[in-house]
Design a protein around this ligand. Structure first.
Ligand code: PGA
Length: 242
């Protein structure tokens, strides 16, 4: 596990983006799993400002989606990624596989996404954030790490915090997500965490015993994990840890 501590969110985003670009250069046809959410938005912005960045050979697999929503719903995970990443980088539709949270058959959505990953071998880089409750994607506290893609009830804190993605109060109860078993097979994981409000969860995932009750702790055993923190998020950890 590597930990990079930046002074600012901008520096965190720039470093993670540059590291991702360097990594992608060494892979012929990379498969990237980009989380939505506020934290990776700066990294995606940085990608879009790199004029010489060639991404037409990259493919993308969605991390998660709110059940009942697809990319046309404002506030859906795909909606945000279309605006922040896929649109500005002109990624063609066939290079993207994303959960359709409006589908009648959500198990089939899970099968499709796992098949897409299999066809590409594995995820080369998962760009992840973490929830205040330690969730990864929508793998909420208590989720079995043996699960692959699945439908899940959302934790009360997730439902509350997620309101920031919507213009109006929106009822969400359920999510569809890549499982920890799928994510742990990714070759590289970049876990981005920003802001003083996340300082406590950073301390907990680094210092507590690894447990399904705190999914972020399980990532520590991944050999290709890099954690990117800004000063706010790193505020409660010992300098030696960083
Ligand atoms: P955030 O979400 O980046 O918007 O804080 C992270 C998460 O809940 O996984």
């Amino acid at each position: 596990m590597k930990i990079f501590v930046a002074d600012t969110y901008e520096e965190l985003s720039r470093q993670a983006a540059e590291d991702a670009i360097t990594l992608m250069r060494s892979i012929k046809q990379p498969l990237v799993c980009p989380a939505s959410g506020d934290t990776p938005a700066g990294l995606y912005k940085y990608f879009t400002t790199k004029k010489e960045l060639a991404v037409s050979h990259w493919s993308f697999v969605g991390l998660d989606e709110w059940v009942g929503m697809d990319g046309n719903d404002e506030g859906s995970c795909l909606f945000h990624l279309k605006n922040q990443l896929f649109g500005p980088l002109h990624i063609s539709q066939e290079k993207i596989c994303f959960f359709n949270g409006r589908a009648n058959d959500l198990d089939k959505e899970c099968d499709n996404i796992e098949k897409f990953i299999q066809q590409h071998g594995t995820i080369d880089l998962a760009i992840l954030g973490i929830g205040l409750n330690g969730h990864i994607g929508m793998n909420e506290p208590g989720t079995s790490p043996a699960l692959r893609s699945h439908v899940t009830e959302l934790d009360p804190l997730t439902k509350k915090t997620a309101q920031k993605y919507f213009k109006e109060q929106t009822e969400i109860t359920t999510g569809i997500t890549l499982g920890l078993a799928t994510l742990m097979e990714a070759k590289h994981i970049f876990l981005l965490i920003s802001g003083a409000h996340k300082a406590n969860i950073v301390k907990r995932i680094l210092e507590e015993e690894a447990s399904a009750q705190l999914p972020g702790t399980l990532l520590r055993s991944h050999p290709g994990l890099t954690i990117y923190l800004d000063a706010g998020a790193a505020a409660l950890i010992q300098p030696r840890t960083a």
